[in-house]
Design a protein around this ligand. Structure first.
Ligand code: PMP
Length: 410
């Protein structure tokens, strides 16, 4: 029903054909945690390592030039993917590092101080919560947050009250890794900018799954991870507005980011080099660029549509099961493909165990968002997350697995 030929796509992901120790065929519904990698990404990394590997930005030799071209080419490729300029793209280790870089930098740049507020939301992954707690503690600022509605959305009733003249930073996730909720970044950013606050967006769960253009988003910073978008682990991306990146001090210091070094003092290169101390992850950046090529060849609109169809099916099938409660919005139009649920009388870990016996890989637990699970008064949830390589058959298998868990524990 969508523009993606899933059977064709799955041929690019040999791991999806795996048989597990239980004898069951793998049904991978844990892309919210990390995604599988297509041959095209592995080939790009291997080709780089086989033919072009060298330390970038250094040697005078041919390989170093080739490696630098590959690395900078990857930066340009990824910049284009999100509608950014290449020098606004900083390679990081992952989303977590990108957010920490911004939180640290804004503190040291004097953007946040005593009496100021930093606004987050109750649905944040710890990666977009703890760095802001730390910044508030260091600077004497106050942390406040958007609460959540019962159906898993941000409670925007208090927008004007929460985001006011004292607000210096609003940090929020674009798409929740637990609820699936797609947040109205633009609306919140408009208010934030009207009061002079900066907007930091956690794109870990949105950039891999739908078209994201930094020109339209309304954010000032956007962080995401390669391993959640078909790319290698160990590489992530931080986008920031050029003028803001230029204002931030370095996060890590050392080689590759300095201009002049004297015994007691140094000056630093402009962004993005200022934020990339040491020899960077090179084959991983090249792999991530190949992942972006792969995603664009399919088309991000098609990816989003495919996921939406699977999410709608999974929500319908789970909804039909008595005793299953979805934690998150029921309307697929403005949500992503992370489907969290609880089953009456069965601990999520037990649900996960029964599903694992059937080859179905899901995540159980608090999903690094403890305040969120507390908000919905559940100890944990089971989360199935769908991606471009998942099928309707797999959504049916999930629902059958949940019914099997109910029978087993009845
Ligand atoms: N934010 C969200 C919404 C996430 O889902 C994740 C990964 N679970 C992260 C941040 C952290 O990503 P990483 O571990 O790659 O830094």
């Amino acid at each position: 029903t969508t523009g993606i030929d899933v059977e064709r796509v799955r041929e690019d992901f040999p791991i999806l054909g795996r048989t597990l120790d239980s004898g069951a065929r793998l049904i991978y519904l844990d892309s919210g945690a990390t995604t599988q990698r297509p041959l095209q990404v592995l080939d790009a990394e291997r080709d780089f390592s086989l033919h072009h590997n060298a330390a970038v930005h250094r040697g005078a030799h041919q390989l170093s030039v080739e490696a630098t071209e590959a690395y900078e080419g990857a930066r340009a490729r990824i910049a284009a993917f999100v509608g950014a300029a290449a020098d606004e793209i900083v390679f990081t280790k992952n989303t977590t590092e990108g957010i920490n870089l911004v939180a640290y930098g804004l503190g040291h740049a004097g953007r946040v101080g005593p009496g100021d507020t930093i606004v987050v939301t109750e649905m944040e992954h710890h990666a977009n919560l703890v760095p802001w707690q730390q910044l508030a503690e260091r600077t004497g600022a106050t942390l406040t947050w958007f609460g959540l509605t019962d159906d898993g959305r941000l409670d925007l009733d208090r927008l004007e009250e929460l985001v006011d003249e004292s607000t210096k930073v609003v940090a929020l996730t674009h798409q929740s890794n637990v609820l699936g909720t797609l947040n109205p970044v633009r609306t919140i950013a408009d208010r934030a900018h009207a009061v002079g606050a900066l907007v930091v967006v956690d794109g870990a769960q949105s950039v891999p799954h739908r078209p994201v253009d930094v020109g339209e988003l309304g954010a000032d910073f956007l962080a995401f991870s390669g391993h959640k978008m078909l790319g290698p682990s160990g590489v992530g991306v931080l986008w920031g507005r050029a003028a803001l990146l230029a204002e931030l001090p370095p996060f890590l210091t050392g080689g590759s980011m300095i201009e002049v070094v004297e015994m007691t003092h140094s000056t630093f290169l402009p962004p993005p080099q200022r934020f990339e101390a040491g020899v960077p992850m090179t084959s991983q950046a090249v792999g991530l660029a190949a992942a972006v090529d792969y995603l664009e060849a399919l088309g991000m609109r098609e990816v989003a549509a495919h996921e939406q169809a699977l999410t709608a099916l999974a929500l319908d099938l789970l909804d039909e099961i008595p005793g299953v409660r979805i934690i998150g919005p029921g309307n697929v139009a403005d949500r992503g493909s992370a489907v969290s649920f609880v089953v009456d009388g069965i601990h999520p870990h037990d649900v996960g165990q029964i599903l694992d016996d059937r080859g179905i890989a899901v995540r159980t637990g608090h999903h690094c968002a403890r305040p969120l699970t507390r908000r919905y008064a559940v100890p944990a949830t089971t989360r199935a997350s769908f991606y471009l390589y998942n099928t309707e058959t797999e959504a049916h298998a999930l629902a059958e697995g949940v019914r099997a868990a109910q029978k087993y524990f009845a």
